[in-house]
Design a protein around this ligand. Structure first.
Ligand code: SF4
Length: 171
């Protein structure tokens, strides 16, 4: 079924991370095959995965990293609780279109946590929402997520068209 060990590795990583792995991550695992077993063991906890993949990089600023780790962790928990539900294509397209026209969508600031996000999710676009710190493309592709900003034309809804009254758990 697989023509090479590399192909098998990419397949196993895609299953583990629920997304195709980046080339950087594949190369890391080719150099250190035992890392795959440790990622498998840490699959349920993004902070552990961060330790495994980002540990060799310079430490992030404490306040920012603690907040982002907390956000990433709670986002992952909510996503898992939703059984990894994704919006239908039209809904995703509408959300992502709104993000692309939004002044809160900013360039990825870099650093270990965003390196981790890119390694795991390999999104089509790595810009982030500066209100919640999430990679916006990935955020838009999770049904459970909510946009944290009010619409400019209707203050009762957010920029994705969701009622703001239901935004209490928005990240
Ligand atoms: S999630 Fe909302 S606030 Fe953030 S970039 Fe997208 S549209 Fe803007």
């Amino acid at each position: 079924m697989f023509s090479s060990e590399r192909e098998l590795l990419v397949f196993r990583l895609s299953q583990l991370l629920d997304a195709p792995p980046s080339e950087d991550l594949v190369q890391k695992l080719i150099a250190d095959p035992a890392l795959l077993t440790r990622i498998e063991a840490a699959r349920s906890n993004p902070i552990w995965i961060y330790d495994l993949i980002g540990g060799e990089m310079s430490a992030p600023k404490p306040a920012a990293s603690a907040k982002l780790v907390g956000t990433a962790f709670s986002a992952q928990v909510e996503y898992a609780k939703s059984r990894f539900a994704k919006p239908v294509a039209e809904e995703f397209s509408r959300r992502w279109h709104a993000c692309q026209s939004c002044h809160h969508l900013v360039n990825n600031p870099g650093g270990p946590l965003y390196f981790l996000g890119k390694a795991i999710f390999r999104a089509g676009d790595d810009r982030v929402c500066n209100l919640c710190g999430c990679p916006a493309y990935t955020k838009a592709g999770r049904l459970v997520e909510r946009c944290p900003s009010p619409s400019e034309s209707d203050p009762s809804i957010n920029r994705w068209g969701q009622p703001l009254s239901e935004n209490s758990t928005a990240r």
